[in-house]
Design a protein around this ligand. Structure first.
Ligand code: M6R
Length: 370
């Protein structure tokens, strides 16, 4: 049932192009319309939204962080992301015009469910993004958009994560269109690019052998690995670090690259590999150059760098001890391609250490206690 793969996780990583395509199917038309009639929130409800909270745990919370960038940029609705286990204990300000998006692969995560119930008590509207049909979280929500990742067996979430990110883009674009946000060239470009994402994820998967070699040869003995990124590359860094700690039991941390100099750079030494997620040079602002400076900073302190960068980005070459290429992608969609090498990396390090990739110690697939 592992379809010829050694681990369910490997099979699930390989399924990602299909999962991205399935999660888009019928919801993004050939003419670039977003069709989310299945989400039972009226257009009026969506127009009334003044504030969005995303609540989730673990990897699902990182999908939420990525969503925040897209939602605020495309819809201009203020959006906050919060770990479900923290959310209700700080007395968040919610009312009827608040949309709470609960993201959960299993639909049974108790922390997320309790946060959702708290939001419901405060009369917020609840929209679930969930992978498990008929599970508790969608049942208790006002509306649901299902991800179509299929059953995810490995404890470490991979294909569900990509599907969650796609679902978040669809919701953000739907909100923008219902609210009449000016559909500028950038958004039209995004809609077209979304259609190309399954092919791009496939392209990444085709080029993973060097990542596997790197994992075995250079990372299986590491005691500590740091991940850095900016903008949507920051949650991708957090996700890469989470994968490595949960699977390979290596002390791994993700940082916003700009924060390095405010403390974490003290951790860097010759024996600390740093994985850097580099934004597209075609992106807005000076993000690309800023991340390159951060890579130079860690290299100056002796760190070996593993750099994830777009094809054609030559500026990174002098600063990469190991370079992993991903296809050109608009910044906001890039997590769909930049996450994949980090999944492969963690899986391979764990396998090379002889660990149980699908069932890491101390973890359960569905966390049904608070
Ligand atoms: O089922 P959920 O999406 O609600 O689960 C949330 C987390 O428990 C889950 O993402 C966890 O962090 C995974 N082990 C990550 O690989």
């Amino acid at each position: 049932e592992k379809g010829g793969y050694d681990w369910f996780m490997l099979k699930e990583i390989a399924e990602q192009p299909a999962v991205v395509a399935d999660t888009l199917r019928g919801r993004l038309t050939d003419t670039g319309q977003i069709v989310l009639d299945e989400v039972r929130l009226s257009d009026q409800d969506l127009r009334d939204v003044t504030k969005i909270f995303i609540i989730a745990c673990g990897t699902s919370a990182y999908a939420g962080m990525i969503a925040k960038y897209a939602i605020e940029h495309w819809t201009r609705i203020p959006c906050e992301v919060e770990l479900a286990s923290e959310f209700r204990y700080r007395d968040p300000v919610l009312d009827r015009s608040t949309l709470v998006i609960a993201i959960s692969q299993s639909g049974e995560t108790m922390d997320t469910l309790m946060a959702l119930r708290h939001a419901k008590d405060q009369h917020a509207r609840i929209l679930a993004i969930c992978n498990t049909i008929g599970s508790t979280i969608p049942r208790e929500s006002d509306a649901v958009l299902y991800t179509r990742a299929g059953v995810e067996i490995a404890v470490a979430s991979t294909k569900a994560f990509l599907a969650q990110i796609v679902a978040c883009y669809l919701i953000a674009l739907h909100l923008a269109s219902v609210r009449g946000v000016k559909w500028g060239d950038e958004v039209s470009l995004i809609v077209n690019q979304l259609r190309e994402m399954p092919g791009k994820v496939d392209q990444v998967l085709d080029t993973m052998q060097p990542v596997r070699d790197l994992a075995r040869e250079h990372l299986s003995d590491a005691r500590q690995v740091l991940f850095i990124g900016r903008h949507v590359g920051f949650p991708v860094a957090l996700e890469g670090a989470l994968k490595l700690k949960e699977l390979a039991y290596i002390n791994a941390e993700g940082f916003a690259a700009g924060e390095l100099k405010h403390g974490p750079i003290a951790l860097i030494g010759q024996d600390t590999p740093v994985v850097a997620i580099v934004p597209s040079p075609a992106g807005r602002d000076s993000l690309h150059g800023k991340v390159i400076s951060n890579i130079q900073e860690v290299r100056a302190r002796g760190a070996k760098t593993i750099v994830i960068a777009e094809e054609g980005d030559e500026a990174v070459v002098p600063f990469a001890d190991h370079l992993v290429r991903v296809p050109r992608t608009p910044t906001l969609l890039a997590p769909l391609v930049t996450t994949v090498p980090l999944q492969v990396l963690a899986c391979e390090v764990a396998a090379s250490k002889g660990l149980d990739v699908d069932q890491p110690r101390n973890l359960a697939k569905s966390v049904t206690v608070e």
